[in-house]
Design a protein around this ligand. Structure first.
Ligand code: ATP
Ligand code: MG
Length: 391
């Protein structure tokens, strides 16, 4: 008898070539994530199996696996040699200890040469449990689905299942640049993007001394939370003060936010291309603030033609907050360090900005050379979890 972990892939409808790439990428990610453990990994076309690990480490291994995108389900299984009577004995011993009253046996017979069909195996196993325990069968809502698989060289049953992240393996869908502020939304947008298999780099616009050093620390702490899903994330910190001061000098207050966002988009698009990323990601969601009306989005969007992903576009704030709590960024996001919008005057922003007005205000100053300078002076560093939490 041996305890194993069975890893089930998500998105199984993928076509042949994509599916091969998907599995190869997933295998690399699993190996990378589990490198601190001693274990064996066996990869098949429909699942992976983890074996030969220490039982003490099992909870840590499962927790690590639950943060890998592309894995839908993680099953703990008990595997035995292909002998139905022996399987019955092991099932009896283990199921007896479970805190359950009802069960249902569901067998998959992958070895078609096995003399009993799956229905007969179900009955055989159920009969044994009914005879030797007080348990009852419940077809529709059992406390425990006793899932059995009959293979050519082994038989196993699943004792427990854990949800995985689902989605696609990280790296299987290219790279995007996340506009990361210190707020609640953008880290959540980053997480949802990572889960689709898209790798991230992050860009943050800082306006020292108006924004404090603590904001940068906050950005890094947020990225360390996302490091759970991507071990290393490049952060670009753009010095934005000069540009911002010019905006407040030449642009009416009501248009300041619109123009600031347009500058951010211009700079982000350049950095994105330089880093060979394929899209921008923001935490914008429709209608939350003045800069997020459809009219605003249009005027902000029109300075660039690169794809902009807005994973939160239609989510409610409560849903966003719930995800932020789940990925543990919420408590960092609500720390009260000012970001630039709380420091610079921001009264009465237009909710329906007009593009030709935005353009005419922008022509009041030489923003192109300020953008160039900001990009040249952008600081680039890699954020990763300093201490491996698995050790
Ligand atoms: P968040 O909670 O992410 O700050 P928000 O609801 O406060 O979002 P805004 O402040 O309007 O919305 O910002 C919209 C998006 O613009 C942010 O989600 C983020 O992607 C981007 N953004 C805003 N400020 C910055 C900044 N200083 N650096 C990088 N990106 C920013
Ligand atoms: Mg914000």
């Amino acid at each position: 008898m041996e305890i194993k972990l069975l890893l089930h892939y998500g998105e199984l409808f993928l076509k042949k070539k994509n599916r091969r790439d998907f599995i190869r990428q997933l295998e690399q990610n699993v190996i990378h994530t589990l490198k601190a453990f001693r274990l064996d990994l066996n990869v098949k076309h429909d699942s992976m199996t983890v074996t030969n690990f220490s039982l003490d480490e099992k909870p840590l291994i499962i927790e690590a696996l639950q943060n890998i995108s592309g894995l839908k389900l993680i099953s703990e299984v008990v595997s035995v040699a292909p002998d139905l009577e022996y399987l019955n004995k092991v099932i009896l011993k283990i199921v007896r200890e479970m805190p359950i009253k009802t069960f249902k046996v569901v067998t998959r017979r992958k070895d078609k040469s096995f003399p009993l069909n799956s229905d007969q195996i179900n009955r055989h196993i159920a009969t044994n449990l009914l005879k030797n325990t007080p348990l009852k069968v419940n077809i529709h809502t059992p406390d425990y689905f006793l899932r059995v698989q009959i293979l050519h060289d082994e038989m196993f049953f699943i004792t427990k299942q854990h949800d995985g992240l689902g989605g696609y393996p990280l790296g299987s869908a290219g790279k995007a640049l996340l506009l990361l502020s210190g707020g609640i939304d953008s880290p959540v947008a980053g997480f949802l993007t990572l889960r689709r298999g898209i790798k991230l780099e992050a860009i943050h616009f800082a306006s020292p001394p108006y924004t404090s050093k603590e904001v940068i620390d906050k950005i890094k702490s947020l990225l360390r939370k996302l490091n759970v899903y991507q071990a290393e994330i490049v952060l670009h910190t753009v010095p934005f003060t000069e540009l911002q001061l010019e905006i407040y000098k030449y642009v009416p207050e009501s248009y300041a936010i619109t123009i600031i966002r347009r500058m951010m988009m211009r700079i982000s698009s350049e950095v994105m291309k330089k880093r060979r990323a394929k899209a921008l990601v923001t935490g914008e969601s429709l209608g939350q603030v003045a800069s997020q009306t459809l009219e605003s989005l249009a005027v902000i969007n029109s300075v660039t033609n690169v794809p902009i992903i807005r994973p939160l576009a239609t989510l409610d704030k409560v849903d966003i907050v719930n995800i932020a709590k789940k990925i543990d960024t919420y408590k960092i996001s609500i720390l009260p360090y000012e970001d630039m919008c709380t420091i610079f005057p921001n009264t009465n922003p237009v909710t329906k900005p007009r593009e030709h007005l935005a353009e005419s205000y922008e022509s009041n100053f030489d923003y192109a050379s300020l953008i160039k300078k900001a990009i040249e002076e952008t600081l680039r560093e890699v954020i990763k979890i300093e201490v491996d939490p698995l050790l």
